[in-house]
Design a protein around this ligand. Sequence first.
Ligand SMILES: [Zn+2]
Length: 372
Amino acid sequence: MLGAWLLWWRGNPAPTAAAPWVFAVCDVGQGDALFLATGAGEAVAVDTGPDPAKEDACATRLGITKVPLVILTHFHADHIDGLPGLLRGRSVGAIETTTVDDPPAGAAQVQRIAAAAGIPVGRVAPDEQRTLGPLSWRVLWPQAEHPLAQPMRMRGADGGGGGMAEDGPGENSGPNNSSIVMALTVRTDHGPLRILLTGDIETPVQQILLADRAPYLPADVLKVPHHGSANQDPAFLEAVHPSVSVISVGAGNPYGHPSPRTVYLAGDDGARVLRTDLDGMVLIGAPDGPNAPIPVRADKGEGVVPTAEPTPSGLGRTQGGSHSHSRHRRTHGGEGGSRDEGLGVSHAFLTIRASDVHFGHVRPLARLMSYL
Ligand SMILES: [Zn+2]
């Protein structure tokens, strides 16, 4: 397996020490399966992906034996079907879901599995704030009073969102727009790391959040909504203004995810964009200091920093200046000294300088240096 020290270099060429992961985006195909570390062998799960075996394998690889809380952003199969795999041999404290039981069969499935395992199921409350270990978060969506946060059958003919809302996992989907959105802060030794989790929300919800929850949107790390679908409000991604964007998406999915334009927008102003279909599992570490780079590592790649808007015929992956595997990359030697026995990936972290992001200045084009 390839592994290289890569540093987005600006002034200080010394690589940071590898940090333990705080946020993991599993490679489970088309779907979302996320973990937020809360202690040794312990993590909050946010969605479980489409496949129990893949969910179980990812949790096992991350060394997770205890899950105090599972948050299911909405009831589509690509977010909930992996639940039995997460429960396999692990202690799970509670499940928390969106307020909208849509599609009803998905909600019933979660209730059935939870009941069989004796796990209590609750719902998030609008604007709920919680703290669990190093994590604290606020629920930005759903907002109970809003028509978009009602089940499809209670919305009116246009689905309440002005479009042709559907039940399925494609675009303009009612359940997508019932997704839990969480503004998380991870307490680290060197200050807070902000992560925005967005489920599969589409443009209408993004615009509501922009209008009435804007102060909570800026984040260091963004889980890009809806597997990078084309249905994004550029102003939403701009408001989040992440250093790192992660798109959880399956190769060859039938929905055309991610959209090349969304890949570009997710890299707005120099953010690094990682995709689980191309980069594999993505791990985010804790920065080494208040303005230190955000450590990122992925199984198979290091993402891209998009530098040019895609043309209609262009495909997002070829744009950008930094995804060449042949440039600045060296494989590790045979000693295997940097392999992580638990993860099977190298300790190499791509580090991204948070200080380049938050003050609105133009960031340097990615400059990559390699180390062994
Ligand atoms: Zn989805």
